[in-house]
Design a protein around this ligand. Structure first.
Ligand code: C5P
Length: 408
């Protein structure tokens, strides 16, 4: 399935007769779920008007590097950072030469130089220009720099020549762009993730909590978003910026976290939060004075958020985490059964809490998988791939059953 769900794409248009096909490409990128901003070079403006792309993309079109108004709204560096992909279609021989040289003499080439995003070009030119040794050298330079080159096609050209240099059709370019992200795994799926610690108030200035940094939950939220999911991140107090395009719901206590989770459990519920198991029976309304030599706090058990979501009637696909200091496998498997989970990731608390890297083992009914130590960004991408695969496997029998039921 063609999906650019959650992706932010700059569509760059350079001067060539194929520029009119970029209008259809813009429409197809948006249909695939991308948020599209169009940037046109001065020569592109000779072939097609910005108004066409403004109407199609629903956003203002950028044409000028030194445009005060545009810079005030979203500066060119900000725009370069905003993009997940810069797709230049059509890419003229001149633009390819400028890109190969790393020039920054107009807005589009400047964005290409400044961006951390993937860059792809769809060449469009006369067959003589395409076959020219200079163009071929420039295309080799682009490939060496990791820039993607889509096409060109071969066939009849606008000038009457026949040969290579025709721009790929918009459908093919959109398909190639979607393939770059391979986001099919969780496209359109609603994922809710809990992260971080909870704080259980003792009095207005003191609380019970734990060492969870939230890094694992936040990295999973980013990985799920990148896989095309619509992500809600329900987070306890942490010192982290939420990933882009993720809806953040901030909570403090376990009971607040439970309330938030019950409103939006999603299709997949991933419980990474280190929820405090107990809370003070009462919370003092005023700061407790240190008058006595000893002090006793009466604690009561907090609700088990994951278990209550998992055991609810309309339960989503439920994923738990078990951070243990001993008997990792036994404790994790017991939680899988007791909380009726679809999948659990077990890791050593000492090796995971507050760390940049982690390792884990996943268990599910009838299977397990080891995840070697790697950065949380890499590990969580692999975890999301497994979650997506198990989610699909669980969804299939249910669909088959409902088809059978409807035939009866
Ligand atoms: O604390 P425990 O080891 O039981 O945690 C296992 C899983 O249950 C974790 O995914 C954690 O987020 C979840 N949990 C919860 N509510 C609690 C305790 C744990 O959702 N009160």
């Amino acid at each position: 399935m063609l999906s650019l769900s959650n992706k932010q794409v700059i569509l760059g248009i350079t001067g060539g007769i194929a520029a009119y096909k970029a209008a259809e490409l813009c429409r197809l990128l948006m249909k695939a779920g991308a948020d599209v901003r169009v940037v046109m070079t001065p020569s592109a403006l000779e072939f097609i008007t910005p108004l066409t792309f403004q109407a199609l993309s629903g956003n203002r079109v950028y044409t000028d590097l030194l445009d005060e108004e545009a810079e005030a709204a979203m500066g060119h560096i900000e725009l370069a950072r905003w993009a997940d992909l810069i797709l230049v279609a059509p890419a003229s021989a001149n633009f390819i030469a400028r890109l190969a040289q790393g020039r920054a003499d107009d807005l589009l080439s400047t964005l290409c130089l400044a961006t951390p995003a993937t860059i792809a070009v769809a060449p469009a030119m006369n067959q003589g220009m395409w076959n020219n040794a200079s163009t071929q050298d420039n295309v080799s330079l682009l490939l060496d720099k990791g820039i993607q080159v889509f096409g060109p096609d071969s066939g009849e050209q606008a000038c009457g020549d026949i040969g290579p240099g025709r721009m790929l059709e918009p459908e093919d370019i959109a398909r190639e762009a979607a393939k770059l992200f391979d986001t099919g795994t969780l496209a359109g799926v609603n994922v809710t993730i809990t992260a971080g610690p909870t704080r259980e108030a003792i009095d207005p200035v003191r609380y019970i909590s734990n060492h969870s940094s939230g890094k694992m939950g936040y990295a999973l939220a980013r990985a799920a978003m990148e896989a095309g999911a619509k992500v809600i991140l329900i987070s306890g107090p942490v010192a982290l910026e939420p990933p882009p395009r993720v809806k953040l719901v901030s909570v403090e206590s376990a009971r607040q976290m439970l309330d938030a989770c019950q409103v939006v459990p999603g299709d997949i519920f991933i419980s990474v939060a280190a929820v405090a198991d107990y809370r003070p029976e009462t919370t003092a309304t005023e700061k407790i004075k240190k008058n006595d030599k000893t002090m006793t706090l009466n604690l009561v058990k907090n609700p088990d958020i994951l278990a209550s979501i998992s055991l609810s009637e309309k339960r989503p696909f439920c994923v738990g985490f078990a951070a243990e200091t001993e008997n990792l496998e036994d404790f994790a498997k017991k939680k899988l059964v007791d909380k009726k989970l679809d999948l659990i990731f077990a890791n050593n608390a000492a090796q995971t809490f507050n760390s940049e890297s982690a390792l884990a083992t996943a268990y599910w009914p009838g299977g397990e998988q080891e995840f070697p130590r790697s950065s949380k960004a890499v590990l969580t991408r692999d975890m999301i791939a497994l979650i997506a695969a198990r989610y699909r496997a669980a969804a299939k029998p249910a669909k088959k059953r409902s088809r059978k039921a409807s035939k009866q």
